[in-house]
Design a protein around this ligand. Sequence first.
Ligand code: CA
Length: 362
Amino acid sequence: MFKPLIKVATIASIVLMVSSTTAFAADCKDKVYKLKLAHSWPTNFPIFADAIHNMAATANKMSSGCIQIKIDSKNKHKAPLGIFDMVKAGQYDMGHSGSYYWKGKVPNTLFFTSMPFGMTAVEQYAWFYHGGGMELMDKVYAPHNLVSFPGGNTGNQMGGWFQKEIKSIKDLKGLKMRIPGFAGEIMAKVGAKPTNIPPGELYTALEKGTIDALEWVGPSLDLRMGFHKIAPYYYTGWHEPGSELQFLFNRKKWQSLPENIQEILRVSMRNAAYNMYVLSYHESAVNWASMKKDYPKIEVKSFPTEVLQALKDANDELIAERAKADPLAKEIIESQAAYLKKSRAWTKISDQSYYETMEKLK
Ligand code: CA
């Protein structure tokens, strides 16, 4: 009795599927959305480039081939830190980079990657999607003919590789360290000499003593760079607790796209961002295990509380200056501070309590 009904229903749904696919394919025949994307990284740079290719493949499949994204790495366009300008001008429709790279150009872009002593990846994602972060990011990018979307998280970054142990704040005075972003400004405020050296030159700079220390990402990417072979101390992090990369879109181009195409792209970017976060976590876990096994002499340390407190004090002073100087900066800073307070209270009672409980058990 039921069999024919099921058959009819199945046939009906197949017919429906075929007809809707056909209708969409017909749309696609009229209009293929060819988009050009430029990113800041070398071709096939692990994890970061994976996120971009993942996004493009998902968008292509979900649109039955109607969205075609051509990807140019920095090897092609030669302007790793030119993504903002190139996408703004429409030279490229899309970009993939890091928001804090544009702080010299548009100071408030600083806040949308990761802030020292700020939110972790999951706290920040909650802020972006449910705590007003996306709206604030749009306020910053809209005047520049851009739309910015979260583009993948590295997870909590390590504090970096050091040639000497850091025992007190005095050890940071005059220390030459590669450390970009707001953390660099904090280091300068406590007397260090921050520099931003391109990734390709980092190993040699540390090996030759041009710099005394550097931070890059964490085990997910650091071991490929070989820093563990030339620096004995690996410090835990404070400065990038959850660095989010970004997909950038030329705003006029974005607005010219039909809603269904926008939605496919939105879902593809969000999915790629999440996948990158998970892949970073996986790569960190795998590389951490191999580092502990193959390089047991590396000393993993945390900065003394006195040092961290001095860095936090410098951070708070610099943040207060920014809030005072610019109403939009103030709005973003207050939004992040309020969300951190709220989300951290939950993190403490959920994740932190769980970790602490597990530590006590055999
Ligand atoms: Ca970093």
